[in-house]
Design a protein around this ligand. Sequence first.
Ligand code: ADP
Ligand code: MG
Length: 370
Amino acid sequence: MKIIRELTNLKDKKVLLRVDFDVALENGKIVEPFRILKQKPMIDWLVEKEAKVVMIAHLGKKGESFSDLIPQLHMLLDQEIGFIKKVEDIGEYLKNYSGPGLVENIRILPGELENSDELAKKLTAAGKFNIYINNAFAVCHRKHASTLAITDFLPSYAGFLIEEEVAKLQKAIEAPKERKVLIMGGAKASTKIPVIKNLLDKAEKILLGGVIANDFLKEKGADVKNSVVDENAHELLAGLDLADPRLVMPDDFVWSDNKILDIGERTTEKYAEIIKSAKMTIWNGPMGFFENSDFANGTNAVARFVASSLSYKITGGGDTIRVINQLYLSDKFDFISTGGGAMLIFLAGGPMPGLEALNYPVISRNGSNN
Ligand code: ADP
Ligand code: MG
């Protein structure tokens, strides 16, 4: 395991830094800067060491460009950031500028999603880099060229944020399951249902909400009418005992247009009681369609109950973080992970190829030696 802090002489060393700037945008404006701010210590440290930094990152799902985001990044990071339009321009950038540069959305490039050696080689050669640092915990569950293939071509290190995420989430895994409460909402059944299966034996209760709860209710035979459900939920739920008392379902709802859009008051109270006596709470995913304030009560109430509980509080996920910050509750949490899917997979002991490639950490995550 290579510790980045132990590298003392980084002056003029060329560093390829994988960061996570994948933030929600509205009309081109960053609505939640949390992930960007969490990159600042690593960038500042490298700048202070006079390393020459080229950052790679992805943005959105539709091939969004970083070009218009540069002024906002500059403000948030309190640091001028150069924009590098093409991988071919990296060498020229390093020759002409000493400040950190950001390469255009890496997911636009052929080979990123395929974990291609070609792309990794091309990146390495373009900057004649000395080292690679992965500081993007939120993509460490992915096998991508910028998280995995690249580590075969450059001496590779875990950045500060990865160190922090792993240390804090490890603590959640090691905590006894007694009075450990997991609150799981939001959508994305394909990530979340396997995690629920894996964590069922490692928690005392799992409270369900959001689309995930709809999936469970439908599978149990409830009439969810036109509610949003995941089309693969039936397959994903196979093998899970839906009557397991550790799985706690909502039992009243806020309906609109024949859709369940929030948990109801009785459910909120039931969840509050469980959260109150928890020793550790891990929360991911809103309880309803919180973007519309008519359906945000359940989510906001859960956020406040968790925040005011005496438990050790861990949370993560883009939408969940947005809720917490909107309510000014972020200070109340012991740890806010930049990872949504990555946090859940890490907690469930699932594969984290991006971490494993850094040999970091090879400690067992609750019986799994991934
Ligand atoms: P996170 O980003 O915190 O991991 P997800 O992305 O999994 O959370 O889920 C958040 C999304 O789920 C939000 O857009 C929210 O509106 C949606 N959602 C939650 N509950 C419902 C529901 N009952 N019906 C429709 N959408 C819902
Ligand atoms: Mg989300």
